[in-house]
Design a binder for this molecule. Structure first.
Ligand code: KIV
Length: 273
């Protein structure tokens, strides 16, 4: 039986994810930023909800993930937590809330855990955030790493192209993944790297590796929910599979609502008191 079969209402923990990796059951993860969507995703049985700093893009309309604040992340995270019964809720430490020093990283993580009720934090980077990870873990807060394309460093990279195609960067990424495991991270997100490299990482480390644009030989997949539901039209990278076209569906529905008001069809006799 699947670790997360439909009838089961057991809370997903970081331990569940380890068991899933061991038993080769793939892990599903999606982003969530609000109560209503979190409730639907949790009800659909998605094991992990990520309160991603992609909220900066999809919820607030910023071009990058950099502007979102810790307070805003906590607001999104607490809304998500209220919608969830089973899923593990992981929250991104936003840009500027952990890079300064390890005490800052710890304090930001404690605020997220205390004020939102989430279950873990995620941060971007490898060896350069070693002390931050150690400090956060020392307080008992589970940490997920994030390697490959790390959007908080977009101004360093200059573009959102595939990372670690060259041997040197690939080797560094592999070493960083091993370091994250040694430090005690419970999982790693690999974003937009060659599938072969992602597969090598997933087989090298014992902790779950979740991919986005990293092929299918990893332990699970994550997408930005707004992208996979087609709530926007502009973003269509190769790794994205759209399951709905909600932008057009919502636009059509709203157009019909407007027409019904104009034609005084809405509300009708049954829809009034
Ligand atoms: O913020 C986010 O949505 C993420 C995913 C792309 C992994 O970090």
């Amino acid at each position: 039986m699947s670790v997360t079969s439909a009838k089961e209402t057991k809370r997903i923990t970081t331990k569940t994810l380890q068991v899933m990796k061991k038993s080769k059951e793939k892990i599903s993860m999606l982003t969530a930023y609000d109560f209503t969507m979190a409730k639907i995703l949790d009800d659909a049985g998605v094991e992990v909800l990520l309160v991603g700093d992609s909220a900066s893009n999809v919820m607030a309309g910023h071009e990058t993930t950099l502007p979102i604040t810790l307070d805003q992340m906590i607001y999104h995270a607490s809304s998500v937590v209220r919608g969830v019964n089973n899923a593990l809720v992981i929250v991104d430490l936003p840009f500027g809330s952990y890079q300064g020093n390890s005490i800052e990283a710890l304090n930001s993580s404690i605020r997220i855990m205390k004020e939102s009720g989430a279950h873990a934090v995620k941060l971007e980077g490898g060896r350069e955030v070693k002390e931050c990870i150690e400090r956060i873990l020392s307080a008992g807060v589970p940490v997920m790493g994030h390697l490959g394309l790390t959007p908080q460093s977009i101004y360093k990279f200059g573009t959102y192209v595939v990372r670690a195609k060259e041997d040197e960067e690939a080797q560094r990424l592999l070493e960083d993944a091993v370091l994250l495991e040694q430090l005690g991270c419970f999982g790693i997100v690999l974003e937009k790297i060659p599938a072969e490299l992602a597969a090598a990482v997933a087989s090298k480390v014992k902790i779950p590796v979740i991919g986005i644009g990293a092929g299918n030989e990893v332990d699970g997949q994550v997408l930005v929910t707004h992208d996979m539901l087609g709530l926007n039209k502009e973003f269509h990278p190769r790794f994205l599979r759209r399951y709905l076209n909600l932008y057009d569906d919502i636009k059509d529905a709203v157009g019909k609502y407007k027409d019904d008001i104009k034609s005084v069809d809405f509300p009708n006799k049954e829809e009034q008191y």
